[in-house]
Design a binder for this molecule. Structure first.
Ligand SMILES: [Zn+2]
Length: 161
């Protein structure tokens, strides 16, 4: 079987080993929690990202390797978005940002995850996305005391009633 070649839709030929290695490529969102877990249920988890420039930056990460939100059942989509918006509400209440950014990209890690990012007008990138060009030297971001505990409690209030 060594050297078996498989024809892909594009007409490009790729060895079976290369295909297997690509399909089984390690996924950082499958292989670890990817942050301080604030909430978890069967569908997804909310983690606090360790980001000193954007304290309160959370990610909502699906607990299985699926690339697109529209691959989920309608019930799972609704529940996922309930979790995303509960995260946004909790971060707003605790961090009191100037603006919230909520985004799902997945171009680098094609595993459904939503970024929930509190933004300050003084942060280094504002008004650009945090992945865009820096436009200033950022002043240190204020970090609310016991941020993980406060977010955990606020998220529980949103999701557990
Ligand atoms: Zn994954």
């Amino acid at each position: 079987m060594r050297g078996t070649r498989v024809s892909l839709d594009s007409g490009v030929h790729e060895s079976r080993r290369a295909i297997i290695s690509r399909v089984k490529a390690p996924c950082e969102l499958c292989d670890g929690s990817a942050g301080n877990v604030l909430y978890e249920d069967d569908l997804a988890r909310i983690v606090l990202v360790d980001d000193v420039e954007h304290p309160g930056f959370c990610r909502v990460i699906l607990n299985r390797h699926v690339a697109e939100t529209t691959d989920l059942s309608p019930d799972d989509r609704r529940h996922l978005m309930d979790i995303v918006f509960a995260t946004e509400k909790a971060v707003r209440d605790i961090v009191a940002p100037d603006k919230m950014n909520v985004a799902s990209l997945g171009n680098v890690v094609p595993h459904v995850h939503w970024h929930v990012i509190p933004r300050r007008k003084e942060d280094a990138h504002f008004p650009n996305p945090i992945w865009g060009a820096r436009v200033r030297e950022a002043s240190p971001a204020p970090i609310p005391p016991n941020l993980p505990g406060k977010l955990r409690a606020a998220i529980a209030l949103e999701l557990c009633d």
